[in-house]
Design a protein around this ligand. Structure first.
Ligand code: BTN
Length: 256
């Protein structure tokens, strides 16, 4: 099913709803490799995503028909690929601002782009960049938000939440998608206009555990540290009792 929902940048662009798909990111990637060109702003929305992918090779589980699982095609050709983190910032911020308005609560961003309310994850982002030589060609922005699901595996229930946990009623997935894409469009345009510093500052304001002492997993070893900052290239900076080091996503993990 196809429909046109957005205004402005994404005006007239497609929302393609799939009843069943392994992963909307994979689907969009395959479509991009075909000769038929897809336009920026195309959204692939899954009703039932049965093999959703998360960061670091994880799996993203979602009850059929109850959550937002979609991928958005962007073409941030205006950004140098060495500034990929700026897109992560813009997208995380767009989700956080949209949720804050919807739920009337503070939203946190767990570096680099997990979306948290309190100590619980409500959504996640998987951005896959497609580069052509040294230039950026396109970005597949996969987003999963827990919406109407309240039943989660016991082992993770205390670390997971959903929109329904806050609104106490079911939400319309289509309406949420439209509002979230508007928020993404706003931040994406701001990024295009070069408002990177302001976006990074707003991102850091919401940074989960900023300035707090917590254990981190470094090379399989649990070490206490204070989350100090994020570098310009998006590395996590931690102070281990006076020794400051920075890490990329594969090198460090939060202990939640
Ligand atoms: C994470 O937190 O690990 C990232 C989760 C990203 C999940 C979304 S759901 C839609 C899109 N398709 C996928 O296969 N993954 C992303």
């Amino acid at each position: 099913m196809q429909s046109n929902t957005f205004s402005g940048l994404f005006e007239g662009q497609n929302v393609i709803t799939l009843q069943q798909v392994d992963s909307t990111n994979e689907y969009l990637k395959k479509e991009l490799s075909k000769s038929r060109p897809l336009t920026e702003g195309t959204v692939i929305l899954a009703v039932h995503q049965f093999a959703g992918r998360g960061q670091q090779g994880a799996t993203w589980f979602s009850e059929p028909g109850r959550n937002l699982t979609f991928s958005l095609l962007l073409m941030p050709t205006f950004l140098n690929p060495k500034h990929q983190f700026r897109l992560t910032v813009a997208i995380s911020l767009a989700i956080a601002r949209w949720l804050e308005q919807l739920l009337s609560v503070g939203v946190k961003i767990k570096w680099p782009n997990d979306i948290y309310v309190g100590d619980r994850k409500i959504g996640g982002v998987l951005i896959e960049n497609i580069l052509k030589g040294k230039a950026w060609k396109s970005a597949i922005v996969g987003i999963g938000i827990n919406v109407n699901q309240t039943d989660f595996p016991a082992a993770i229930r205390r670390r997971i939440t959903s929109i329904k946990d806050y609104l106490r009623e079911d939400s319309d997935i289509g309406e949420l998608l439209t509002a979230l894409c508007r928020s993404i469009e706003r931040e994406y345009l701001a990024l295009k206009q070069g408002q990177t510093e302001a976006q990074l500052a707003s991102y850091k304001q919401r940074l989960y555990r900023l300035g707090e002492r917590h254990p981190f997993l470094v090379s399989g070893v649990k070490v206490d540290g204070i989350l100090l900052d994020i570098t310009e290239t998006g590395r996590l900076q931690i102070d281990f009792g006076g020794h400051v080091a920075d890490f990329d996503i594969k090198e460090v993990a939060f202990v939640i």
